[in-house]
Design a protein around this ligand. Structure first.
Ligand code: YRO
Length: 309
């Protein structure tokens, strides 16, 4: 009845719901579990040159309206993900490899090796350290442009960019222009809202150990920020840039809101960590009910069709 399949940059996804990079996607077992679940794709954890254990625990904390994390990029290293991609591709859904790096120069080599393993798409995570004392790459338009032009040269599959949230239209405009010059095939909006601080007033203490308790916020509390970024880039690219909406999708109606703002697919982070892979089937049921209630039979019928007053 209701069709929740979608396509991004010419790649077909059996469902519009998939994991956000970082959520249950570090190990082979986790990635295989995503493959066996109702998820519409398998997205890997952002990978670095060397394998990493990440930061000391507790490094993730979920609370009723969201989550905070400072995982510190725990991952198997790019060679292990390159070796896993052929196996993941047998599971009947697209594989999205998330490429990161601890500095700008790490990205091209990782991207070239991962590209050779032929994931269906590659997502470049711009929320990565630049030179100490400078903001993350995604908050430095010149560094973003330099990096995206370098990785674009070695990537032959569709290349997407995972962006941090922007809070000023001038930043949307500048980054939209950068993206328009770099051969980007899709956007993933947004990464966690950086450097929040969650306090436990009873114990008078922070809730995660790294960085004095500071970390990236996710879940329900960031949904309006995510929707604003999806809508802003949808408008900049006049609906012609495929967008994956990420941030605050907990119920089917949250995904519907992302689609109205212009998303072609949505990713789940916090709710996947909290609920496990059963979240995918529940979200499909809820979004299908929402669409049919509104008289829509497919996502394209309402994508980007948010009304203004
Ligand atoms: O801590 C992480 O591994 C992490 N958490 C997020 O919410 N988003 C990310 O992109 C990452 C990896 C990148 C970084 C924050 C460690 C620089």
């Amino acid at each position: 009845m209701t069709d929740l399949s979608t396509s991004i940059a010419g790649v077909r996804f059996p469902s519009c719901f998939m994991n956000a990079s970082g959520a249950l996607c570090v190990t082979r077992d986790e990635l295989l579990a995503l493959g066996l679940s109702r998820a519409g794709a398998i997205v890997t954890k952002s990978m670095t040159v060397e394998p990493r254990d990440g930061n000391p625990a507790p490094r993730y904390f979920g609370f009723p309206s969201g989550s905070i994390n400072s995982m510190g990029l725990p991952n198997l290293g790019y060679k292990a993900y390159a070796a896993l991609i052929p196996e993941l591709k047998t599971l009947g859904k697209p594989v999205i490899a998330s490429v990161a790096g601890l500095c700008e120069d790490d990205f091209p080599m990782i991207a070239a090796t991962i590209n050779a393993a032929k994931p269906d798409l590659i997502e470049v995570n711009l929320s990565c350290p630049n030179i100490p004392g400078k903001p993350q790459i995604g908050y430095d338009a010149e560094a973003s442009e330099r990096l995206l032009k370098r990785v674009r040269k070695v990537i032959t599959v569709p290349m997407g960019v995972k962006l941090p949230p922007y809070f000023d239209p001038a930043h949307h405009t500048v980054m939209g222009a950068v993206i328009g010059r770099c051969g980007v095939d899709f956007l993933n909006l947004i990464n966690s809202v950086g450097n929040g601080l969650v306090v436990d007033p009873e114990r008078e203490v922070v809730v995660i150990k790294p960085k004095g308790g500071f970390g990236g916020l996710g879940g329900t509390i960031i949904k309006p920020v995510a929707l604003a970024n999806v809508r802003a880039f949808w408008k900049i690219f006049e609906g012609r840039m495929p967008i994956i909406g990420t941030g605050g999708v907990v119920k089917g109606v949250d995904a519907f809101e992302h689609v109205l703002c212009g998303a072609s697919a949505v990713q789940i982070g916090t709710v996947l960590v909290e609920e496990g892979v059963d979240a995918f089937g529940r979200l499909e049921t809820e979004l299908a009910a929402q669409l049919s209630k509104k008289g829509y039979t497919r996502l394209e019928d309402c994508r980007g069709k948010l009304k203004e007053l």
